[in-house]
Structures are given as structure tokens and as C-alpha cells.
Design a binder for this molecule. Sequence first.
Ligand code: SF4
Length: 194
Amino acid sequence: MSSPSVSTTGSITGKLRLATVWLAGCSGCHMSFLDLDEWLIELADCIDMVFSPVASDSKEYPQDVDLCLVEGGVANSDNLALILQVRARTRLLVSFGDCALSANVPGMRNMLGGAEPVLRRGYLELADDSGVMPHAPGIVPELLPQVLPLHEVVPVDFYLPGCPPSAARIRAFLEPLLRGEAPLMEGAEMIRFG
Ligand code: SF4
């Protein structure tokens, strides 16, 4: 297998090492990826899927990843640690779906003004009986004060919007990369949110 190379346009030539990552999102973007249906079989011939919640239960993000689709915003300490590692080990990082691009649904908690009011609302004010604030350092990741879009935490190479991005849009994004070309991100069918 020839080793992949990244051109100055950000495209990849050769069989690429693909990863997908799920941060603070509903997994709908990953479900849309699975909606690629039979094209996934063609895709499988062109890639090595090296890390993904839909492909394996590996916990360690590998080195030397060519392309990673990252779903979701950065909401807690685990998300933050993972995205820093992903960025350090990935050539091309894709902000995958509106939650990654703008914080979107998980970011709705931002208007409550921080992690503590969110936890108080969820665990005390809305509790059926006697609520208890969760506190399990090292076991339950700490919420960040705000849910952040990916590009506010790490550099992003491509933005693939949509809630979720349709399977057709994901395919139209990946196909040029597999040909060694940069995807053309223009027109409503490629860049419309929602
Ligand atoms: Fe779910 Fe939409 Fe967020 Fe994707 S962008 S994780 S489909 S809420």
C-alpha cells in the first residue's frame, strides 16, 4: 500500500487512514455517515478505518491519521483532552456537523452562564425527590464552562455543516479527497446549516 500524502490544497492521495470521533453530539452525524449504505463498501476499498465509534471499540486514538471527521462540540474535560490528541495526530481535521461548527444543540446550555447553573438546574431544581449534585472526579468528566465549537479549540481544515450533514453531502465531500482533490465547499447543497 502506498503511503498517503497531503497536497498543498489539503487533499490526500493514496489509501487514506480515516477516523471519526464523537464529542458532544447526538450521534446523528455518525448515523448519517452510516446512511452512505452501499457506498460504504466502495469506501472500505479506499481507506483504512483506524478509529471510529461505529467501527471498533478502540479507546486509543492512533498516530498518523490522514483524515478525521469530528462530530460534536467540546463540552467537557474528556472532549478537550481527546480533541487535542486528535489534532496532534491528524493531518486533516474536519468539523463534522453543526454541533462541531457552532456548538449548536449542546451549546444551548451556554446561555445559562456556566457549568454550575446547568448542573444545579438538572440535578437539583428538576429533581423528583432530593437531588444531589454529581461529583466524581476522575470518573465523570467535568463540564467546561461553555460548550465550544471545534475551531475555537484547535485549528480546523474543513467544515462540513448540516444537522446532520446528509449522506449525499458526506459522499460529495469524501469523493474528491479519495481522488486526491480538495472538496469544493460551495453551494447550498454543500454548506447550508441545519
Ligand atoms: Fe446531532 Fe445535529 Fe449535532 Fe449532528 S449536528 S450531532 S445530528 S444535533
